[in-house]
Design a protein around this ligand. Sequence first.
Ligand SMILES: [Fe+2]
Length: 244
Amino acid sequence: MKRRAHWMIAAITLATAGTSASNHVLAQAGAPALNVHTTREKDLIEPLLRVFEGLTRVKLNVVYLTGDPSARLKSDATDGKVDIFIASELSQLVEAKNSGLTEPVGNADLIDRVPETWRDSEGHWFGLTRRVRVIATARERVKQTAFTYEELADSKWKGKLCMRSGLHPYNVLLTASMIEHKGAEAAEAWLRGLKVNLARKPTGGDRDQIAAVQAGSCDVALVNTYYIGGLQRDNQGENQRQSG
Ligand SMILES: [Fe+2]
């Protein structure tokens, strides 16, 4: 039977894991190696992978996936070419598990160290990093400093909201959490409210929404935290990075 892949959200787990993936490493002759597929950005994840290699003497054969990873993942995983998947997005992990590509990891350290909320109930994946979807506002025009996602559907924001496509995974996940917390009916009403409040048809990535707030096209925008950090860095004269 073809070996299935182990899937995790971040590589650092490997350093502490006595998973069957590392048992596989020990069973190999010669220099131990693991095949890693990742959708994380190379610049961000590579330093961590190098540290792992230095600490463990396990060589990592890394494939950086760009665009929609599902087809390549599916084919490589079913061919037994993937030991670990380091995802940039929860939806990728769920999809991989639902496609039958993963198998459970019963490692006690992992279960101990990653709270139940942040891992798969059957041990197919473990979350080690997270990001938050926050509301960026125009300081001069919006005095309010605390927000809920729910209130973005309130009529007081009519014509003032900017966000990227509702079909992008960032927004799909937010909608999923709204369904989970409030129920499908309330989530649908919320989405309808958001649509009414849009200042413009959703376009571009999260950075474009922040730029639109800055340009005065809207007052509030829904974005991931790290884009704000990225823009602050760019404003300090460092290299521009493309929106993800
Ligand atoms: Fe992103």
